[in-house]
Design a protein around this ligand. Structure first.
Ligand SMILES: NC(=O)c1ccc[n+]([C@@H]2O[C@H](COP(=O)([O-])OP(=O)(O)OC[C@H]3O[C@@H](n4cnc5c(N)ncnc54)[C@H](OP(=O)(O)O)[C@@H]3O)[C@@H](O)[C@H]2O)c1
Length: 392
């Protein structure tokens, strides 16, 4: 199920705090960084904060620059991004600025929270959405994507919300503004709380001074677990699709890209079809061939392949689904099930799952995976490639 691109944004002290314990909000950023944040706000479809931030900071969460608002409306977008909050209790002040400034607002809550919000009159200024059953961030993100058209979501805290989204593998990007001051109060809110985070290192994608703070942008890298995709799964699969586009063209075989990634987010190997002058090598085969079969990271690794690994092939004895299983890998993420172009009823996913592997299909990437293979696919209503006509 597609989710918005989730960008976590926060300013943090040198000792890792989001705020102090005083009654006023601690200003960690300076004017230049507030302007940068305004620019990011202007670029997104929605801004989310937790109820704790509304209670403590009473934020307005607006795009302050008239020029940026004008650019949004000129592009056919609402003047302000949708404002989103989450509250289990529904214990929110109907007089908070959140409800009375900017454009549309929505609050995701529990059934009991919804009753409380309605009783407080908040349903007059915001859409109140009770979530059925246990709280699930994926339900919130799917609703924002599917029902509200949100494609980019900026999350502006606080610590509880950031911690949950990062720990659940739902953050695509982390933007931290490191402020040159200390808080030093043990009871002050921390940016990230205790719990289970992705193993290994995030990828640093940018550092930049902004006034006297330093902006640091990171991307989580760890694959999801089992059938549950993480934000990093999308990034790795997008890379596999880029590799597919680099394959030498062929009229008798698919162009496919593959990446093997360890559980801690380390890229182990990558490959693509017909790599290195081998006219019949497949992407997964090329990538796995670069690894020591005894590499202890393989059993916990994920193979990303732009096309479902093959179940049968004429050119080599072992198809890619078997190569993956023989390497010990038990998780595969792909964009596209193999069509009948060369092999009728190929079911690499079935071979993998029958052996206990998890296969995750992310159809959002099917367009990119198919792009270098358009000439091999039947044109609707025009023709059909005869199965088995050629296959390498
Ligand atoms: N420096 C910065 O960039 C920055 C940015 C934002 C905030 N802050 C600071 O962060 C502090 C607030 O952070 P915080 O961690 O206390 O609060 P928070 O993350 O803003 O909000 C936590 C609240 O959100 C609701 N919530 C979160 N997860 C939920 C879930 N899974 N299910 C249902 N409801 C959920 C709950 O509301 P209910 O209690 O209503 O159930 C929870 O108490 C403030 O001091 C603020 O100044 C700093």
């Amino acid at each position: 199920m597609p989710y918005p691109y989730v960008l976590l944004s926060a300013a943090v002290s040198l000792d890792g705090f989001l705020d102090d314990t005083g009654p006023e909000r601690l200003l960690l950023s300076g004017p230049a960084d507030f302007d940068r944040v305004d620019e990011v706000r202007a670029s997104v479809d929605a801004i989310l904060v937790g109820a704790g931030t509304i209670r403590t900071d009473n934020p307005r969460l607006l795009v302050n620059s008239p020029a940026r608002r004008a650019a949004r409306t000129a592009a056919g977008r609402p003047e302000f991004p949708l404002k989103v909050t989450v509250s289990g209790t529904g214990d929110l002040d109907p007089g908070a600025q959140f409800w009375h400034t900017g454009g549309d607002k929505i609050v995701y809550t529990t059934p009991a929270g919804a009753d409380r919000l309605r009783a407080a009159g908040i349903a007059d200024t915001a859409e109140v959405v009770p979530l059925p059953g246990d709280w699930d961030w994926r339900t919130v993100l799917a609703d924002l994507h599917d029902a509200r058209g949100v494609r980019r979501l900026m999350v502006e805290g606080g610590g509880q919300v950031h911690t949950q989204l990062l720990q659940q593998g739902l953050a695509d990007e982390l933007q931290l503004a490191l402020a040159p001051l200390f808080v030093g109060a043990p009871d002050a809110p921390r940016l990230f709380g205790p719990g289970r985070y992705q193993p290994g290192r995030l990828r640093l994608v940018e550092t930049r001074p902004v006034g006297d703070v330093v902006l640091m942008r990171y991307e989580p890298t760890a694959p999801g677990t089992g059938a549950v995709p993480s934000a990093a799964d999308h990034r790795w699969l997008a890379l596999a699709c880029e590799l597919a586009a680099r394959c030498p063209p062929s009229s008798s075989a698919f162009s496919v890209g593959a990446v093997v990634v360890a559980a801690d987010g380390t890229e182990l190997a990558r490959g693509h079809s017909r790599e290195g002058g081998d006219p019949v090598v497949h992407a997964e085969e090329a990538a796995l061939a670069k690894l020591d079969p005894a590499d202890p990271r393989l059993p916990g690794a994920t193979v990303y392949s732009s096309l479902e690994p093959c179940a049968r092939r004429a050119s080599r004895p072992r198809p890619c689904a078997r190569l993956i299983l023989d390497a010990g890998v038990r998780r595969v993420v792909t964009a596209w099930r193999e069509p009948d172009t060369f092999v009728a009823g190929a079911d690499g996913a079935g071979v993998l799952t029958a052996a206990g592997a998890d296969v995750v299909v992310l159809p959002e990437h099917a367009g990119a995976a198919q792009a270098p293979n358009r000439h091999l696919l039947p044109r609707p209503g025009r023709d059909a490639h005869a199965p088995g006509s050629s296959e390498v």
